[in-house]
Design a protein around this ligand. Structure first.
Ligand code: TNX
Length: 540
């Protein structure tokens, strides 16, 4: 557009001042076009007098409150990585034009809220909470040009903003495929850049146990490794026979949790029980009903080998594991899985049957409920709240559990009606392992969840009685990695759907608009490029 104006500007046949005005208009339009923020803020105003403030390497960040240092650090990291310079941070208020980070004290601070003002005095971000300032920084980052080697000129704008939901999550399965610490950190950055605040880290699976537990070294010596992986889509055309695995040491876990905390992201660990436990059973076969042998699975699906519900040493083992896991994660939540646990082995196991009789349990669903409730008691005794997939509703819900509704919305609705908090993660809209185009454009697990479908998601189910809406904490995108063997495939699957989900979770329902989002996505796609992130270019 600018090029067009320049060409016309040189044309002698036109009155120069006419083109001058036209040019100004186009520049103003370009400035407007630059304001392309995802998730869409609650309120955004362009002042009557258009103008710009330019950030140079001499622009100071005035940290008016020391608690906002992580926000300044994030901005500087971003500037360094993308534009090649950092800004001086002054631990005081200043009068010169610059970037001001201000804390405002109020009696009841609104979590995550901030205002951002750009004028000829520079940029002021004011917030009542530390997270608020951090989200203001994310907006500022999106006001920067989505190109390298250019002036960092920012249009005058005024933003008022706060999140709609308190739980804005992304999940990553590191069991099916293992991802290095560096990528996990990158993933956490992606979460931060989308103003999301929970990272659900799925750490144990049939195909690999991924967290060091000092009391049970075989979990990672044996359980973190599998003899190859199936080739191609399930059931596969054979096994590649390449030993595959990896795990995170507790030191690495601490580093990741701290990295996330600096970005106001809570890491929720998931330790799967009673199902999806082949890797643990391979390491310690006495924890299964038959005593094994078991194997770390090279293929996908649901396996009938599960933790024995009749053996007390299983509970001792899991409590010991949690004794090491919980101190690593400041999160008030811990996820125990609870999904897809076949009951065949329990039906023929004398110990499981004895447990059923002793506790007057009507069937194996109630036995699973016994298992989960016993673990919940332990988790609660440690001051933590248990999350489980919606199968934990079957056979009776543990009294204080939070339910993650994945097989649709029903689990979430039932749990909320019983007065439980819920996190919505229905396969229909937020399974980011599902295909995003038709025909499928890469090897995926199946399904069809195009971008528009994710964007259209409404986390508060229409059927839910309004008095129960408060139980919907938010929603989460799930990233199961059976068919994501390397980081760039994960990026390809999450982008751009994660950007759509961030708007579902952050923006007021009334400001969500598909056509407008599509327009803003043009700039977001350029940002993916700046981040060096892969993404699906043929999104529907
Ligand atoms: C179901 S969602 C699972 C996962 C699979 C996923 C594939 C859930 C709680 N369990 O184990 O990876 O489907 O989409």
């Amino acid at each position: 557009m600018l090029l067009y104006v320049r060409i016309r500007f040189n044309n002698q046949h036109y009155m120069k001042h006419f083109w001058f005005i036209a040019c100004l208009q186009v520049l103003a339009a370009c400035a407007l076009a630059q304001v392309s923020i995802i998730p869409q803020p609650v309120g955004l105003k362009m002042p009557g007098s258009a103008g710009n403030f330019s950030i140079t390497s001499k622009t100071s960040i005035y940290l008016e409150d020391a608690r906002l240092a992580p926000s300044a650090a994030f901005l500087n990291d971003y500037l360094k990585q993308i534009y090649g310079f950092t800004l001086p941070v002054k631990k005081k208020a200043g009068t010169a034009p610059g970037i001001r980070l201000r804390h405002q004290t109020t009696a009841s601070p609104r979590e995550g809220a901030y205002t951002l003002q750009v004028d000829n005095q520079g940029i002021a971000i004011t917030s009542e909470t530390e997270q608020g300032a951090f989200y203001g920084i994310q907006t500022l980052i999106q006001l920067l040009p989505a190109a390298k080697n250019t002036t960092l000129s920012i249009p005058f704008v005024s933003v008022t903003d706060y999140p709609r939901f308190q739980y804005r999550g992304m999940h990553l399965d590191v069991g099916r495929h293992f991802f290095p610490v560096e990528f996990v950190k990158k993933y956490i950055d992606y979460i931060a850049l989308h103003k999301m605040n929970y990272f659900h880290w799925h750490l144990t699976e049939d195909q690999g146990w991924r967290i060091e537990i000092k009391k049970y070294p075989r979990l990672t010596q044996v359980g973190a490794w599998r003899d190859g992986t199936i080739i191609g889509p399930y059931p596969g055309t054979g096994n590649d026979n390449i030993r595959y695995g990896g795990f995170y040491t507790q030191k690495e876990v601490k580093e990741i949790v701290q990295y996330a905390a600096q970005r106001y992201i809570t890491v929720v660990p998931e330790i799967e029980m009673p199902g999806h436990s082949s890797a643990a059973l391979t390491a310690y076969p006495h924890l299964g009903c038959t005593g094994g042998p078991y194997k770390v699975q090279p293929t996908w699906g649901v396996f009938k080998e599960v933790f024995c519900a009749g053996n007390d040493s299983v509970f001792t083992f899991l409590q010991d594991v949690l004794d090491e896991v919980l101190p690593l994660f400041p999160s008030k939540y811990v996820h125990i899985g609870g999904d897809e646990c076949p009951k065949e082995s329990w039906k023929v196991c004398p110990k499981c049957q004895a447990r059923k009789t002793a506790n007057n349990l009507k069937d194996e669903h109630e036995l699973q409920s016994y298992f989960v409730q016993r673990m919940e008691k332990y988790i609660n005794s440690k001051g933590k709240i248990m999350i489980g997939w919606d199968e934990i509703l079957e056979g009776g819900l543990a009294p204080n559990a939070v339910v993650m509704s994945w097989r649709g919305e029903k689990g979430g609705i039932d749990a909320a009606n019983q007065g439980h908090d819920v996190i919505m993660t229905p396969v229909s809209h937020v399974y980011l392992d599902y295909a995003q185009a038709k025909p499928e454009d890469s090897l995926v697990i199946g399904g069809y969840t195009p971008l528009k479908k994710t964007y259209s998601y409404e986390p508060v189910p229409a059927e839910l009685d309004a008095s129960k809406n408060k139980h919907v904490l938010g929603a989460q995108g799930n990233v199961w990695t059976e068919y994501m063997g390397y980081p760039s495939k994960v990026e390809y699957m999450i982008f751009p759907r994660m950007s759509a989900l961030s708007e579902v979770l952050w923006s007021p329902r009334e400001v969500r608009n598909w056509e407008d989002f599509e327009k803003r996505l043009e700039m977001q796609v350029l940002r993916y490029g700046l981040w060096g992130a892969n993404y699906n270019k043929k999104f529907e």
